[in-house]
Design a protein around this ligand. Structure first.
Ligand SMILES: [Zn+2]
Length: 239
């Protein structure tokens, strides 16, 4: 048996990670729990309006829960192969990603002027997230291709739509790059038993994507001295 990788899972069976893979799975998200809580606190501290504060709390909770739930699940599945707690943590591990993606787009759709299209995207994103959570509970480990499609639709769809409705380009490159990182990461998410430590590499892509979104929200949407310039017609209207 290879120390770095086991054979791919067959049918509805789950992939069995090696010792090194278990360790990598726990560390690649576990190391980010405290930094993510700290970053959330910094974001909340720098928020100046009620909307910014609400978004900082939403994003911060989703970010921290993402790493906390993932690390709990990987630790439990390493120690106890099958238990009800492992089952619920596994479902939550999948479900929290849908909520996190929705929480990453929400600040762009609520703190900037996006018009009715933006509000439609806002509701679409959250309806998709709720459907994703419901899917995780109802179809545990079934229809895995559908699960991947849901991730991709929720990951890419809003970023394209947000790019379309935003009046200014500030933060848009980071937002698009973050979406691209998630999409590339899915290649590793689907490569257990094909690429050594594939799941831990997927974790790293999630960290990179989340980091880019965190940076963009913190830099362009938080604080009274928001670096987002209002669209040109506002200047004309004001003058
Ligand atoms: Zn994981």
């Amino acid at each position: 048996m290879n120390r770095w990788m086991n054979s791919p899972a067959r049918g509805c069976n789950q992939y069995k990670p090696t010792f090194i893979e278990h360790l990598a799975n726990c560390l690649t998200h576990g190391l980010w729990i405290i930094p993510s809580i700290y970053a959330s606190w910094v974001m909340l501290e720098s928020a100046s309006t009620l909307g910014q504060k609400a978004n900082a709390i939403l994003f911060g909770l989703a970010l921290s829960c993402l790493f906390l739930v993932s690390t709990s699940f990987h630790t439990i599945s390493w120690c106890r192969k099958q238990s009800p707690l492992r089952f619920y943590l596994h479902i939550s591990d999948r479900a929290v990603i849908y909520v996190f993606i929705a929480a990453s787009y929400t600040p762009w759709l609520t703190l900037k002027k996006v018009g009715w299209i933006g509000y439609c995207i806002f509701w679409m994103v959250w309806i998709c997230a709720v459907l994703g959570v419901a899917y995780s509970y109802c179809f545990y480990e079934r229809y895995k291709r559908l699960e991947t499609v849901l991730y991709l639709v929720l990951g890419i769809g809003p970023s394209v739509a947000v790019l379309d409705v935003q009046c200014s380009n500030d933060g848009m490159y980071e937002l698009a790059l973050g979406g691209l990182v998630y999409v590339l990461g899915v290649i590793f998410f689907k490569s257990d038993g094909i690429i050594p430590c594939a799941h831990a590499i997927w974790h790293m892509f999630v960290v990179a994507g989340a980091g880019l979104h965190l940076y963009a929200i913190q830099t362009y949407l938080m604080g009274s001295s928001s670096k987002v310039q209002p669209p040109a017609h506002h200047f004309i209207g004001d003058g």
